[in-house]
Design a protein around this ligand. Structure first.
Ligand SMILES: Cc1cc2nc3c(=O)[nH]c(=O)nc-3n(C[C@H](O)[C@H](O)[C@H](O)COP(=O)(O)O)c2cc1C
Length: 200
């Protein structure tokens, strides 16, 4: 069966102006070259116009009526691989990505309640995800490590859905490095992207 990859993009900038989207594109290009049969579905959350859950969607979510959250959740559940690309904003993910996650966290699709507590429904087949993010500072190591709520959240919510094979790819210090040092960091992140794509 043809594999499907969902590219969830949460950035209002043009790709060429965004470190995160550029890095995601390097990853996806390498991945597509190596996996020509895989169908890549791009979901640009800003183009989709994702909005926070409102009373109307919430009511429909819990009454079983058709609604756009259900459609996004079904799409999320229908794929094998996930590329989630977002810059760090205020130590976390952009609000639009949180809103999207509020849509796909759908009872009966991505998780369900049991007497023993909630369980993820997306462990039904092998699934893989990668979180790609650029950030102005350094969080993957050093004193600010514990302040990175973005990667922790993405990994935790995916694990909650039953997706436990999750990679992370960061381009850090974009607001600190300049000139050749920044270029070197970008080049290194692109090399890491190609290397991760080869095994994804
Ligand atoms: C609204 C906003 C919030 C940000 N918050 C942080 C932050 O908490 N920590 C950080 O290191 N950088 C922060 N930055 C900087 C970006 O993460 C950084 O410039 C990143 O490289 C942007 O990626 P992009 O080019 O894909 O948009 C923030 C930038 C913006 C616009």
């Amino acid at each position: 069966m043809t594999q499907k990859l969902l590219y969830v993009k949460a950035n209002p900038k043009n790709d060429s102006d965004s470190h995160t989207s550029t890095l995601a594109n390097v990853f996806l290009k390498e991945y597509q070259q190596r996996n020509s049969n895989c169908e890549i579905i791009t979901l640009d959350l800003y183009k989709e116009g994702i909005e926070p859950l409102d009373a109307d969607i919430l009511t429909k979510m819990f009454s079983g009526e058709g609604n756009k959250a259900y459609q996004y959740a079904q799409q999320f559940a229908s794929v094998d691989k996930y590329v989630i690309a977002a810059p760090m904003w205020n130590l976390s993910i952009p609000a639009i990505l949180k809103s999207y996650i509020d849509y796909v966290s759908y009872v009966g699709v991505s998780f369900k309640y049991t007497e023993a507590g909630p369980i993820g429904l997306l462990s039904d087949k092998p699934r893989k995800a990668i979180h790609i993010s650029s950030r102005g500072g350094m969080y993957s190591q050093g004193p600010a490590k514990e302040f990175d709520l973005s990667d922790k959240y993405i990994r935790t919510i995916l694990g909650f859905f039953g997706i436990n094979e999750v990679e992370s790819l960061f381009l850090e210090l974009t607001n600190v490095l300049q000139g050749d040092a920044l270029k070197q960091a970008i080049d290194n992140s692109h090399e890491a992207a190609r290397s991760l794509a080869a095994q994804f």
